[in-house]
Design a protein around this ligand. Structure first.
Ligand SMILES: Nc1ncnc2c1ncn2[C@@H]1O[C@H](COP(=O)(O)OP(=O)(O)OP(=O)(O)O)[C@@H](O)[C@H]1O
Length: 360
């Protein structure tokens, strides 16, 4: 199993740089540990491999390493999965004029552009086998040969790679060269999923909103405590990128307004964007007034977002059942006359946290 380096939390001598705090927002113990590791490793030359799921902030970590490295050159980023395999070689290594049809000019490759700086190869696991061999040679000789060129050019760059794959498994499956894997995996760094550091959500949310405050004259959205709890209970499959989407939606839909837990679950986290156009649901209490009350709501508001109402009622019933049954899912299911598995599925879908609901 790959060992991920971590530093002792009590190591006060490795205080993180405030520039890193502005770049990589979050003060959870895991993020503090990661930032201390970046600050320690950055000034050296050893390759770093950043691992983590999609949207966790791997590219930001690479930027942090470059920023703290003290290198004069630029950071050059290449996404190996985004460039067609037959173009990747010339993108990375450059080409001489006339090297192939269409090569009308000499082109300096991304590796040469990173000279004196940092080369960030994102999705390194998607690099074709022949290029893996060529990259290994370049890393070992510190020289590159442009496509169609005869001479080699000396280069001095710091390599940072990133992958969302388990590259060790890729090596075992014969899909990634073992020698290259060991060459680039000197400092593995793992960026944790957002749901492992939910205490960072309010701070990231606030920072992102402040970054875009000029987008609205109406003021920033105000997330209530319950709304923050609903965000913390979400599973965040898209990690911080998904949180950025939530902020973008909130800035448009809730500028200068309070954002409630219902807004978070029903609108901001809803994959169904149609729900965003529906009128905001009124309190479900008003729906319990009987047919006359319902008619009044319809008359005064013109329409009712039925799905939103029903979902609100479902959430409230489940939260109440969990609260009454002190968080015991089996007992809560029985009191709602549901199968335990059905209740668990609903809780997942509606982002209801058992412990939070029990404590409410
Ligand atoms: N700790 C953080 N603080 C502030 N913003 C963050 C943080 N982590 C990630 N982001 C933001 O989330 C988005 C995704 O981050 P990034 O592109 O670095 O993720 P990634 O892991 O490289 O994604 P992918 O796997 O898709 O390449 C970006 O908009 C980035 O600015």
């Amino acid at each position: 199993m790959t060992k991920h380096y971590s530093l002792n939390m009590a190591d006060e001598t490795k205080a993180t740089d405030c520039r890193l705090d502005c770049l990589l927002v979050g003060e959870s113990p895991v993020m503090q540990g990661l930032k201390r590791l970046i600050a320690t490793v950055a000034p050296g030359h050893a390759p770093v491999m950043v691992q983590g799921a999609t949207g966790v902030g791997k590219e930001l970590v690479a930027q942090g390493i470059h920023m703290m490295s003290g290198r004069d050159g630029q950071m050059v980023a290449v996404n190996c999965a985004a460039i067609p395999a037959d173009l990747l070689e010339s993108e990375l290594f450059g080409h001489e004029k006339g090297a192939f049809t269409g090569a009308t000019e000499r082109r300096i490759g991304r590796i040469e552009q990173a000279n004196g700086g940092t080369l960030f190869l994102d999705e390194i696991g998607d690099m074709p086998a022949d290029l893996q061999a060529k990259l290994l040679r370049a890393l070992e000789s510190r020289r590159v040969q442009r496509v169609g060129g005869r001479d080699e050019v000396e280069v001095n760059f710091r390599l940072v790679t990133a992958t969302h794959r388990n590259l060790a498994d890729h090596v075992k499956a014969g899909l990634f060269r073992e020698d290259l894997f060991f060459r680039i995996n000197v400092f593995p760094m793992m960026v944790p999923d957002l749901n492992m550091r939910t205490e960072d959500i309010p701070m990231i949310l606030r920072t992102m909103m402040l970054q875009h405050r000029d987008r609205t004259d109406l003021g920033l959205p105000e997330f209530t405590q319950a709304a923050l709890k609903a965000l913390a209970a979400h599973s965040w499959p898209g990690n911080v990128r998904e949180l950025r989407n939530v902020v973008d939606r909130a800035m448009v839909l809730f500028a200068g307004r309070d954002v409630t837990a219902e807004d978070v679950r029903g609108v901001l986290l809803s994959a169904d964007m149609a729900a965003m156009n529906a009128p905001a649901p009124a309190c479900p209490e008003r729906l319990s007034q009987g047919p006359e009350g319902l008619r009044r709501v319809l008359e005064s508001e013109g329409s009712i977002n039925m799905r939103g109402y029903l979902q609100d009622i479902e959430i409230r019933l489940i939260e109440a059942a969990l609260s009454v049954n002190e968080g015991c899912v089996s007992h809560a299911a029985r009191s709602l006359k549901l199968q335990r598995t059905t209740l668990i599925e609903k809780m997942k879908k509606l982002s209801i946290d058992r412990t939070a609901a029990a404590a409410a």
